[in-house]
Design a protein around this ligand. Structure first.
Ligand SMILES: [Zn+2]
Ligand SMILES: [Zn+2]
Ligand SMILES: [Zn+2]
Length: 256
């Protein structure tokens, strides 16, 4: 089983169009990017995509994905669902899982696509491509509903925070506990946000849930250039891959 961070950027991505800050200029100069948020999970050759970023076409082509078994949407924000149409045009039988509220909200934008909507509830596990999947509630105001996701497979656990501020319900913290890998959002190193965490909060949360390994995602250009940020925080990068199940806990990172 493997988990691939398809995109580790926030909603405008890095570099930001028209921005000439140090990070955006560094990204242009050295040819790195933070694309929008999607996570690919592969098990036995089958693919689950968590959130369908506006960069999804590039991300799936780059990974040589030929078919997606299922999609989970975490919440109704443009950077998490807008790429759905990119592969719906070539594969219209994908099953899409999320809570009724998120289906209703995103459904308004997807009115012209008759996709297979499957309603699931937080804290009620279900199975996709041989993995146990549990949605949890997180806190991403002003949205009425936003989710994190817990994946379990063969004794391994991967917790994904989703877009959230630090005020995550106790029950969700309990559900995310003791992950082998914690994919946690951090919009910037330090500033405070109503909707999001900063890197300090993300690291605190990683400690709180007792994560064996944490990787930051959903990062903006407020982070320093990738190589500089890496010295202070476990910042992820696009197409970073974590493999599970080869021998014991064999987490391997491939730098692109
Ligand atoms: Zn910038
Ligand atoms: Zn969001
Ligand atoms: Zn987002």
């Amino acid at each position: 089983m493997r988990v691939v961070l398809l995109g580790t950027g926030d909603s405008p991505g890095t570099p930001v169009i028209g921005c000439h800050c140090r990070t955006c200029e560094n990204a242009r100069k050295y040819g790195w990017e933070r694309r929008r948020f999607s996570v690919l999970v592969e098990n036995n050759g089958k693919v689950l995509v968590i959130d369908t970023s506006p960069d999804l076409r590039y991300q799936l082509l780059r990974m040589n994905v030929e078919r997606v078994e299922a999609v989970i949407w975490t919440h109704c924000h443009y950077d998490h669902f807008a790429g759905f149409g990119d592969f719906y045009r070539v594969q219209d039988d994908v099953k899409v899982y999320t809570s009724p509220e998120v289906h209703e909200d995103i459904g308004r934008y997807m009115d012209f696509m008759k996709y297979k909507a499957i309603e699931v509830e937080s804290y009620e596990p279900f199975e996709i491509i041989g993995l146990k999947v549990t949605l949890i509630d997180v806190n991403h105001p002003p949205l009425r509903r936003a989710h994190g996701i817990v994946l379990e497979w063969n004794g391994y656990k991967i917790s994904i925070s989703g877009d959230t501020n630090i005020n995550i319900p106790e029950r969700s913290l309990e559900e995310m506990k003791n992950p082998d890998l914690f994919v946690v959002e951090a919009l910037a190193p330090k500033f405070h946000f109503r909707k999001h965490m900063n890197a300090e909060e993300a690291m605190l949360l990683s400690k709180k849930v007792n994560a064996k390994k944490a990787v930051l995602t959903h990062m903006s250009h407020f982070f320093p250039p990738h190589n500089v940020a890496l010295k202070s925080y476990p910042v992820g990068h696009d197409f970073q891959t974590f493999e599970f199940g080869k021998e014991k806990c064999n987490l391997s990172n491939f730098i692109e």
